[in-house]
Design a protein around this ligand. Structure first.
Ligand code: HEC
Length: 134
């Protein structure tokens, strides 16, 4: 998609006042159409990348519900009573979330939070923090 925007920007740079001349300069119209078609092909080639980004976005959005207390991207300020989550190993996170949920790890708030989450959500969140660099 970046490529797509880039090519459109380029055609705009090389064809100033495109909208005004659209009726009188058919070759330029053709050029722009060709560039558009090219960018679609380039966009198709990078669809695997786009899918990866969608998955990353989904992870980020799900994990964002923790950031009120654990900080943006799970980074708390130094000296905070609330632990950081960024870079937390997935297995450790899953174990803690389970322990909060079943009450085997005492908590002030996390037992409540975990009750509202499905296993799939916890898994997504654990992946996000494990794969985010400290
Ligand atoms: C309302 C504030 C709040 C929110 C929101 C919150 N947490 Fe917590 N979290 C805490 C507190 C406080 C603790 C310390 C344990 C306790 O007292 O509940 C904690 C502890 C933890 C721990 C244990 C860390 C360790 O080092 O053992 C994990 C893991 C954790 N939270 C994950 C999450 C995840 C994942 C989310 C988002 C789904 C989340 N928390 C949302 C406040 C919060």
């Amino acid at each position: 998609m970046k490529c797509f925007v880039f090519i459109l920007l380029l055609t705009d740079l090389y064809i100033p006042d495109f909208a005004e001349h659209i009726m009188v300069t058919p070759p330029r119209t053709f050029l722009r159409l060709a560039a558009f078609a090219l960018s679609l092909i380039a966009g198709g080639a990078s669809s695997a990348h786009a899918q990866q980004s969608a998955e990353t976005l989904h992870q980020r959005a799900t994990a964002a519900m923790c950031s009120n207390c654990h900080g943006t991207e799970g980074r708390t300020v130094e000296g905070s009573a609330i632990p950081s989550l960024v870079g937390m190993p997935k297995d450790y996170m899953l174990l803690q979330m389970k322990a909060f949920k079943d009450g085997s790890r005492p908590a002030t708030v996390m037992h409540q939070i975990t009750k509202g989450l499905t296993d799939a959500q916890v898994n997504t969140i654990a992946n996000y923090y494990a794969n985010t660099k400290r």
